[in-house]
Design a protein around this ligand. Structure first.
Ligand SMILES: *Cc1c(COP(=O)(O)O)cnc(C)c1O
Length: 340
């Protein structure tokens, strides 16, 4: 048995999700004629109290479209130095938006309103123009950290005061929502654009949705076409999203509980020196020197445990829909036996 905890994107659609996909009513979505895509976009827009949604192939695309819509060349995007939009999107901010980035520090990837405000550029021809603040919730490289709503409110107030847009990379926003019980509509009020991934913890094979105002989503639709993201009978994919929103949101709590259990197991191992806090489904831990993450990843792989390196000395494990209690037991057995 291979225990694959590299990512929550590795899941395969369940038989019931596949059934929902096969049953989907479809049309050509570039002509605006796919009823299932429209239903998914409208469902999420309503849930977050926003005007409209746009179904896209990936979260990279929804993020990049949002930033492109909100900025002009010479603008600057303020984000954490570990933000996915900066680190893991192929340099897209530069290539797609010709924009600059201001990279901020913050514990476990969480920014503060004071740091954001201090990063806003003065009106000076030497400087780029601060235009967008982009947050990530949950924060992948921060170990799945959750933004406290109070912090988001403070940052939104700073954006409002200085006329900046606020974007959310909500690839794992539902992981945060099931833990906090925050009202999705408050997210809709505070953010100008929100990107949500269906292909992470929610277990869909493909898809992300960008939410925003009617005007922003109209522009976003044109940018999506330019990027080659206009899909035809995409309702087959959107149907998976609708199914997931109905049946696979609350179970994210199970992933979180399992992640915490893994954290407890790791804390007992002599070759692990630190386990990040585990608020959601991401477990990041540090291997004890002189061992390296590369060496320990190879040892894990040799006993059928797949994980990814997450920087010097760091390893990431992510729990998901296809990781169950039987695999958890097996994981525990293998970890206890593993000699560094
Ligand atoms: C996965 C992820 C994305 C989008 O990734 P895609 O693979 O392009 O769908 C965006 N932001 C974060 C934080 C992610 O983890």
């Amino acid at each position: 048995m291979i225990i694959d905890l590299r990512s929550d994107t590795l899941t395969k659609p369940t038989p019931r999700m596949l059934e929902a996909m096969i049953q989907a009513r479809v049309g050509d979505d570039v002509f605006g004629e796919d009823p299932t895509v429209k239903a998914l976009e409208e469902k999420l827009a309503q849930m977050f109290g926003m005007d409209a949604g746009l179904f896209c192939p990936s979260g990279t695309m929804t993020n990049q479209i949002a930033l492109r819509v909100l900025t002009q060349p010479q603008d600057e995007i303020i984000c954490h130095k570990y933000a996915h939009i900066y680190l893991y999107e192929g340099g897209g901010i530069m290539a797609n938006s010709l924009a600059s980035v201001a990279l901020l520090e913050g514990e476990y990837g969480i920014l503060s309103a004071a740091n954001v405000e201090a990063a806003i550029q003065p009106d000076d021809i030497h400087k780029p123009i601060s235009r967008v603040v982009a947050l990530e919730n949950t924060m992948n490289k921060g170990g799945g950290a959750i933004y406290p709503m109070a912090t988001i409110r403070e940052i939104a107030a700073v954006c409002h005061k200085h006329g900046l847009y606020l974007h959310l990379d909500g690839a794992r926003l539902f992981n945060a929502l099931v833990e906090t019980g925050d009202d999705p509509k408050e997210y809709g009020q505070l953010f100008d654009t929100i990107s949500i991934c269906l292909s992470k913890g929610l277990g869909c094979p493909v898809g992300s949705v960008l939410l925003g105002s009617a005007a922003h989503i109209r522009k976003a639709r044109r940018v999506r076409k330019m990027m080659g993201g206009g899909m035809r009978q995409a309702g087959f994919l959107a149907a998976a999203g609708l199914y997931a929103l109905e049946h696979q949101v609350n179970r994210l709590k199970d992933d979180h509980a399992r992640a915490r259990t893994i954290g407890t197991m790791l804390n007992e191992l002599p070759w692990v020196t630190e386990v990040f806090p585990i608020p959601t489904n991401i477990v990041i831990f540090r291997v004890a020197a002189p061992h390296t993450e590369k060496e320990m990843l190879a040892k894990l792989e040799a006993v059928g445990i797949k994980a990814v390196g997450f920087g010097p000395g760091l390893i990431r494990l992510v729990t998901h829909l296809d990781f169950d209690d039987a695999q958890m037991e097996e994981l525990h057995i293998r970890l206890k036996k593993l000699m560094p």
